[in-house]
Design a protein around this ligand. Structure first.
Ligand SMILES: Cc1cc2nc3c(=O)[nH]c(=O)nc-3n(C[C@H](O)[C@H](O)[C@H](O)COP(=O)(O)O)c2cc1C
Length: 406
């Protein structure tokens, strides 16, 4: 008897029965990548439709506003984390335990926020984290977010699980772009994805290495919510006519993704490889040894492994391990200019933001998403003037109160 993980979770008697009849199950079973996830639904779905600039006082508060317009299942999907949500909450809480020590009389009145990473020049050290299914937020989907990113001159990391195709997203954003890869179990499909990305103008591939099996997301299970098929799966395998098979191939990830896979991606595409989902200095040092081009510190916004540390907590040790040999990107819980400043001070080169941009998109389409980037950018500029740092490279841990980082 083979039991799905969802059945094991919801039915205590099934757990007992499984333990009694198949004692070796627990030791030998590798959870399948699809376990614990309610399947995609056929139900009709519509995200936000308004297109407007937002006047943002506080990016964290966008969530409450977005909840009013995003359908309940979609809102739960975006806003929740894995398990109890501890890691998700800790991502933001960790920033509150560290203080910026401003250096007055620095003579700084103007600041330069621009930064270059892997050859891409960005107007600010704040980029769009790869998020699947922007259609849950707004009818403009990823194309809306791409337009916002292009308008502010930063970078979007496009998800394998986008509703629009990577080509449509690239067409909406003439600026720098990278492609996030959920490594498919099917090698031919993996090759198709990375070569498509290269052909569409993406200049780096970022395999996500943390979310290889699914830590239960209790909100989605409770809502029995899977992303509706009607929103589209723009990166589904070409030449697979049957939708169910195409979706299954997208969901079927290579659980034992390895250094060999990273080398293969690089060899196939010749593009830089960014490892997304690093939380340990040991993994970060190994990334450098294996020729990875950038380390992306992430716990998937607390959606992948509840109980893992906040990214901000792991960041200083990872920066120590990397020693500036490759750039570091960090995401998770970044909601204010002060958060961005603190992450840069502890060794990040660029930060990425997920949920706030999706909420901005929900509330105002591309203009709403643009407002979120502008809010964070302006907020960071104010923090930099007050702290006394004229440009991004001058933001160091000298500007953090020592007690907090001891
Ligand atoms: C709705 C949603 C979908 C996501 N989809 C992906 C994805 O397809 N690939 C991936 O690597 N990370 C994905 N993530 C994680 C983000 O890349 C990022 O790590 C996280 O959102 C950062 O935390 P924040 O939302 O607190 O800013 C997703 C996050 C959200 C909220």
């Amino acid at each position: 008897m083979e039991l799905g993980r969802r059945e094991l979770l919801v039915t205590g008697t099934l757990v007992a029965a499984a333990a009694a009849t198949t004692p070796s199950l627990a030791q030998t079973q590798t959870p399948r990548a699809a376990d614990g996830r309610p399947p995609p639904t056929d139900a009709p779905y519509q995200g936000g439709t308004q297109v407007r600039k937002l006047s943002i006082i506080n990016a964290a508060e966008l969530e409450k506003e977005a909840e009013k317009i995003i359908p309940a299942g979609g809102f739960g999907y975006i806003s929740s984390g894995a398990g109890s949500g501890w890691t998700m909450r800790e991502n933001s809480a960790a920033y509150e335990r560290v203080q910026i020590e401003p250096q007055a009389l620095s003579g700084v009145s103007k600041v330069d926020l621009s930064v270059t990473i892997l050859g891409s020049k960005l107007s600010m050290p704040i980029m769009m984290a790869p998020c699947g299914s922007h259609g849950l937020a707004h009818v403009e989907k990823e194309v809306g977010t791409a337009r916002a990113v292009a308008a502010v001159g930063t970078l979007m990391l496009t998800s394998t699980q986008a509703n629009n195709s990577m080509e449509e997203i690239a067409a909406a954003n003439p600026g720098p772009k990278w492609f996030q890869l959920y490594m498919p179990a099917d090698r031919g499909f993996a090759r198709e994805l990375i070569l498509r990305a290269k052909a569409a103008g993406y200049t780096a591939i970022a395999p996500t290495v943390d979310n290889v099996v699914n830590f239960p997301r209790e909100t989605n299970i409770r809502n029995n919510f899977g992303v509706p098929v009607s929103l589209g799966k723009g990166n589904a395998p070409r030449g697979v006519a049957d939708t169910a098979t195409a979706i299954a191939m997208l969901r079927d990830r290579k659980v034992d993704i390895s250094w060999d896979d990273l080398a293969w991606i690089k060899q196939e595409t010749g593009l830089p490889v960014i490892v997304k989902g690093v939380l340990s200095p040991v993994t970060a040092a190994a990334c450098v040894r294996h020729g990875v081009d950038a380390v992306y510190v992430s716990n998937h916004g607390g959606r992948s492994f509840d109980g893992a540390p906040a990214t901000f907590t792991s960041l200083p040790r990872i920066a120590d391990a990397v020693q500036g040999r490759v750039p570091i990107i960090v995401d998770g819980g970044i909601r204010r200019g002060t958060d961005v400043f603190k992450a840069l001070a502890l060794g990040a080169d660029v930060v990425a933001v997920g949920r706030p941009v999706l909420y901005g998109l929900a509330l105002g389409g591309h203009l709403g998403a643009q407002s979120v980037f502008e809010y964070l950018r302006d907020n960071l500029a104010t923090v930099m003037v007050l702290a006394g740092t004229p440009d991004i490279k001058s933001i160091t841990k000298e500007y953090l109160a020592p007690m907090a980082i001891a």
